[in-house]
Design a binder for this molecule. Sequence first.
Ligand SMILES: Cc1cc2nc3c(=O)[nH]c(=O)nc-3n(C[C@H](O)[C@H](O)[C@H](O)COP(=O)(O)OP(=O)(O)OC[C@H]3O[C@@H](n4cnc5c(N)ncnc54)[C@H](O)[C@@H]3O)c2cc1C
Length: 467
Amino acid sequence: MTQPPDSSTLHALLADLPAEIVTTDRDRVLGFVRDESRFTAHDSPLAVVTPRSTAEVAQVLRAAHRHGIGVVTRGAGSGLSGGANAVAGCVVLSTHRLDRILEIDTAERVLVTQPGVVTSDVRAAAAAEGLFYPPDPGSVAFSTIGGNVATNAGGMCCVKYGVTGDYVLGLEAVLADGRILRTGRRTAKGVAGYDLTRLLVGSEGTLAVITEVTLRLVPAPRAPRTVLATFPGLLQAGDAIATIASGAVVPSVFELLDRVTLRAIEEMEPSGFDDEIGAVLILQSDSASAAEDSDHLAQLCSAAGAVDVAVSEDAQEAHLLLQARRLALPALQARGDWLLDDVCVPRNRIVELLRRIEEVASAEQVTIGVFGHAGDGNMHPTVVFDEADETGAAAATRAFDRITGAALELGGTVTGEHGIGRLKAAWLGRELGDVARDVHRALKHAWDPTGVLNPGVMGLAPRPVRD
Ligand SMILES: Cc1cc2nc3c(=O)[nH]c(=O)nc-3n(C[C@H](O)[C@H](O)[C@H](O)COP(=O)(O)OP(=O)(O)OC[C@H]3O[C@@H](n4cnc5c(N)ncnc54)[C@H](O)[C@@H]3O)c2cc1C
């Protein structure tokens, strides 16, 4: 385990690194102490380091390893689980200067990038070549590709196109002791050795620092047709979700917004959702048969009890709708204190999950906004409350725990895309069970024997080192 180092350790660290990549100025360091999560611990780092190359990342890790200093890797800090939160006396390694797209090979449909590149820039670079990088987290405009890989981020396209990990062919990463590792391939197929790429995807900075990402691109999709269906309540929308999810037509976007979330969006940026609407589904089809598919999806929504269903191929309208969907979290955040969940259940249990969320809201007397990736069963029930009111805050925490527990009972997972981080460290063991937890600890020990990488994240302490 790492300990908060004293000032002599800081001097030793500074002596090992180029001055231009180290910041100890308290005001500047403050901007790097936590991510976007709430109710997750964070503390004061010793310094922030901003390496400009893989060699400098290796230099930082060698120095941190030598002096027993924790290293918290940080992309944009948009994480929602406390994964990039600083611990006392650590070094925060920010990837924001590793910000170059290195190569686009249009023939092989491969893009190679440094980790600090913003996700939307990766997508734009692919689009400029007539290609498509599908993963589009709600934070696409500011999260980094390295953070996306380290959390295996999802997004709106994932219902059809899969998550970040489905596009990662290979990685370069720096190990805890400073050695540089290359994993994976850039060929269409490849099965040599253990799949270390998959292991690093979603490892939340606990196993290595990712310094280069080789991504698979796909041909650009057709212009989508969009369906907007409004429902009197969440449960009717849930019925539509269950029917569509088990049907033959796979939408390319399949998102849910409930009444509380719609009200919050309207307050932040009026989008035309009137007060009577209980829930909205936004669906898209970008297939060759988008016209037929979207009509079919519209019919299924009507049959499940939608009061209004509109189909459009207007690109501007679709863009505005998706923008409104992206406002869901910021709009709920603007309402007060909030606790955001990220549970994911099998799609045939979504209606049950929505019912359980309504029961929790009523039993705990709390407001819960529900939105999320309906087509994946990945919901973001968000408890909105006033932290100053102790009773309300306790009820919010209970509600959060009850919803997370309900997801496990329904055969789901405690996190569909935001990661375990610090927020859900206590839940990981419950989901994994003893054997899988042991394997996790053994892997952590093999990659990071002294536990310098992202201490505390996933609740993974490495096994003690034996001489
Ligand atoms: C408004 C909003 C909407 C969001 N919508 C979505 C969504 O739809 N889907 C989704 O999945 N997430 C979403 N998120 C969460 C967040 O944006 C993602 O988790 C994203 O992948 C984090 O990227 P980042 O660059 O901000 O990483 P950070 O928050 O900086 O770090 C996240 C984790 O990755 C590790 N890490 C970062 N870079 C590296 C690296 N180079 N090497 C090793 N480890 C590293 C960190 O240590 C940390 O554990 C949303 C967040 C916000 C604020």
